[in-house]
Design a protein around this ligand. Structure first.
Ligand SMILES: Cc1cc2nc3c(=O)[nH]c(=O)nc-3n(C[C@H](O)[C@H](O)[C@H](O)COP(=O)(O)OP(=O)(O)OC[C@H]3O[C@@H](n4cnc5c(N)ncnc54)[C@H](O)[C@@H]3O)c2cc1C
Length: 392
């Protein structure tokens, strides 16, 4: 029987990050994934490595500061995977968020980012905007430009998992967990891998199963304290339009922020538009983009851009949906905290709720700090802040 310090459930960005951080701290780790690496939410995000300018509107200053710090770390340790891109915010005569509002936000963003040169912004006058990717010019007053990061979320997740494995973590994919029982020294988990039934003993279990977090609790043969959550669906579409020269940060009719960004699709540079925010009431496995969401995103694109003259219709070539895990609340989805909640579902069984791709590394280090007292101290073998993450 396999015996490890930590079993991690789920090989999304958080599962990969926790495996890497725990292995770096000297612990033995097994990751159990029911599909493949990064096939859940961690391949359905907006792919931004950012502080989140829009989170300033809901006063999530510490999340923004922490995420900007992590952005700087990722730009340094994963330069092949995380690239700074220009972000453009156009201000029209009828834009609800007025220029002063945006300017104040960008000043605060730069301050929270430590006034590093990568956090400085510029206001570009209408007739000086240069390449505009077909952005409508009528009533355009000016454009703000700042910089934030973009990645390939699934490739980033794979890179973090590779790094965890290099540090000694084990990984099983396409594995079905049947039951988890509490024992005197921790947990015993039975699962099937390639039709073979296996059992692993772990001192601690970290449940990093993203939107499946509470479903995984049902596999525990013990009473569990699950948090009340909402699953909020977010859809993106890829359209058959050449990639823009940067990321456009647009205001939808309902005042939500929507991004139009470059996206590599089958080796070609195309345009991605997203995202939506829609309460999801089904089972996490069944999430899929709806026609209503696709129309909503297409309309935003058409409101702001004049497609190439050769193109009469804008064709959607792919669509995908992911689920955010947000604390249950009656208030607007937008204003709910986006930070990760670390919750002991039962002693020795730590569940991760929500969070951001950008902050995966610092979140994972926090998880290790939390489980350390149950595991004892080990000889650290690496520092996740210094481990290079390569594309292949
Ligand atoms: C629409 C949208 C856009 C977003 N955009 C951004 C962004 O631009 N920037 C940013 O920083 N953050 C963004 N986020 C947040 C970010 O994507 C998520 O926080 C992150 O990907 C969650 O990763 P995770 O590892 O917790 O979950 P997941 O990636 O969902 O991983 C969970 C894994 O657990 C596995 N699993 C589930 N059940 C079991 C089981 N029983 N046994 C074994 N394995 C199991 C699943 O197969 C899956 O692989 C966005 C989120 C959404 C929904």
């Amino acid at each position: 029987m396999n015996e490890v310090d930590v079993v991690v459930i789920g090989a999304g960005i958080h599962g990969a990050g926790v495996a890497q951080a725990a292995a770096a701290a000297g612990y033995s780790v097994l990751v159990i994934e029911k599909n493949d690496i990064g096939t859940g939410t961690s391949s359905k995000s907006s792919k931004l490595i950012h502080g989140g300018l829009r989170y300033l509107e809901s006063y999530q200053f510490s999340l923004v500061r922490k995420s900007l710090k992590e952005r700087a770390v990722l730009c340094r340790i994963a330069p092949e995977l995380v690239k700074l891109q220009p972000f453009y915010i156009p201000v029209y005569k009828n834009t609800t968020r007025r220029s002063l509002h945006i300017r104040t936000g960008l000043i605060l963003y730069a301050l929270l980012g430590g006034l590093h040169k990568n956090n400085l912004f510029k206001r570009i006058r209408r007739n000086k905007t240069g390449k505009t990717d077909g952005l409508k010019q009528a009533d355009l007053q000016h454009v703000y430009r700042y910089f934030d990061g973009q990645t390939n979320d699934q490739k980033l997740t794979e890179a973090v998992m590779r790094s965890a494995q290099q540090l000694g973590s084990q990984l099983v994919c396409r594995a079905i967990i049947h039951a988890m029982t509490k024992t005197e020294s921790g947990y015993s988990i039975t699962y099937t891998e390639e039709n073979k039934e296996c059992t692993v003993k772990a001192k601690v279990v970290v449940n990093a199963s993203g939107p499946w977090v509470n479903e995984v609790h049902n596999l525990l043969l013990a009473p569990v304290n699950s948090l009340d959550i909402d699953l909020v669906q977010g859809t993106h579409i890829i359209i058959d339009v050449p990639a823009p020269s940067g990321i456009y940060y647009l205001e939808a009719q309902d005042q939500r922020a929507v991004f139009v960004m470059p996206y590599e699709f089958n080796g070609e540079k195309k345009t991605m538009v997203g995202t939506t925010e829609k309460l999801f009431l089904g089972k996490a496995d069944d999430v899929k983009a709806t026609d209503e969401e696709v129309d909503y995103l297409l309309n935003i694109y058409k409101t702001y851009f004049i497609p190439d003259t050769k193109q009469t219709t804008v064709k959607v070539i792919q669509q995908f949906a992911g689920l955010r895990v947000l604390p249950k609340d009656d208030g607007s989805m937008f204003s709910r905290p986006r930070d990760t909640i670390l919750h002991w579902a039962i002693p020795g069984f730590l569940s991760l709720y929500g969070g951001k791709l950008t902050a995966y590394r610092s979140t994972s280090e926090l998880v290790v700090q939390k489980i350390k007292p149950l595991l004892g101290k080990r000889q650290r073998i690496a520092d996740t802040k210094q481990l290079y993450l390569s594309k292949e």
